[in-house]
Design a protein around this ligand. Structure first.
Ligand code: SF4
Length: 209
């Protein structure tokens, strides 16, 4: 299994933040062993306030196998930022929030860019195109073509996937214990074989446009 990665930087009001982007390029079926739709739907139902309130979340999200039917290939991206860089923020929880916001905005921007030229995307977290999601008011989805589902919403065990593909763990915040890093996981569904250099080049293109 070959993993490629690069290091990038984000300029904020308080300085420069370094983060890494790693990716695995393979087939959509490579992720199927990590699917457990029933278990994750139950976890969402018992522990998430978005359950039944967003069109991109369970019980409305499709199973992974349904979602990827039209696509043969998948690129999984793992964005990671070390939290020691956020020492200028006092509150540990806010450090993670700031880091996640940097990673999520870049991952979203990149994947939307790639979607326009090479396929469809699997987002980090629920679809955020409308605020609030039209599901909350009982209306149909406003943008069926652009809406996105996360791996988790489609029943994928993302922790096991990340461990297997990248040899990393997803680290969680616990009161009084700041994790070493935070990360986000997104995917690109495509029917094309993309070169590693093309994937990286398009990243830089997306963040400067
Ligand atoms: S496009 Fe809007 S209505 Fe549709 S899932 Fe996303 S947030 Fe909800």
């Amino acid at each position: 299994m070959s993993i490629h990665s690069w290091t990038s930087f984000a300029t904020t009001n308080t300085g420069i933040i370094q983060y890494s982007v790693s990716f695995y390029q393979g087939l959509t079926k490579d992720v199927e062993p990590f699917a457990d739709t029933e278990r994750f739907s139950l976890l969402c139902a018992s522990g998430c306030s978005n359950y039944g309130k967003k069109w991109s979340c369970p019980p409305y999200a499709p199973a992974y196998s349904e979602r990827v039917k039209a696509w043969e290939r998948l690129v999984v991206f793992f964005f990671q930022a070390e939290l020691a860089q956020f020492s200028y923020i006092k509150n540990d929880y806010l450090k993670i929030k700031a880091a996640n916001s940097i990673l999520k905005s870049r991952a979203d921007k990149y994947l939307r860019h790639m979607t326009r030229i090479n396929g469809s995307y699997i987002s980090t977290g629920s679809c955020r195109l409308c605020k609030p999601c039209k599901c909350k008011t009982g209306e149909p989805c406003r943008n069926r073509l652009l809406m996105s589902y996360s791996f988790e919403a489609m029943g994928i065990d993302v922790n096991a996937l990340v461990k297997s593909f990248f040899g990393k763990e997803l680290l969680w915040y616990r009161k009084g214990c700041l994790p070493l890093y935070t990360s986000v996981v997104v995917g690109l569904l495509t029917n094309e074989v993309l070169t590693d250099s093309y994937i990286e080049e398009q990243y830089y293109k997306s963040i400067i446009t």
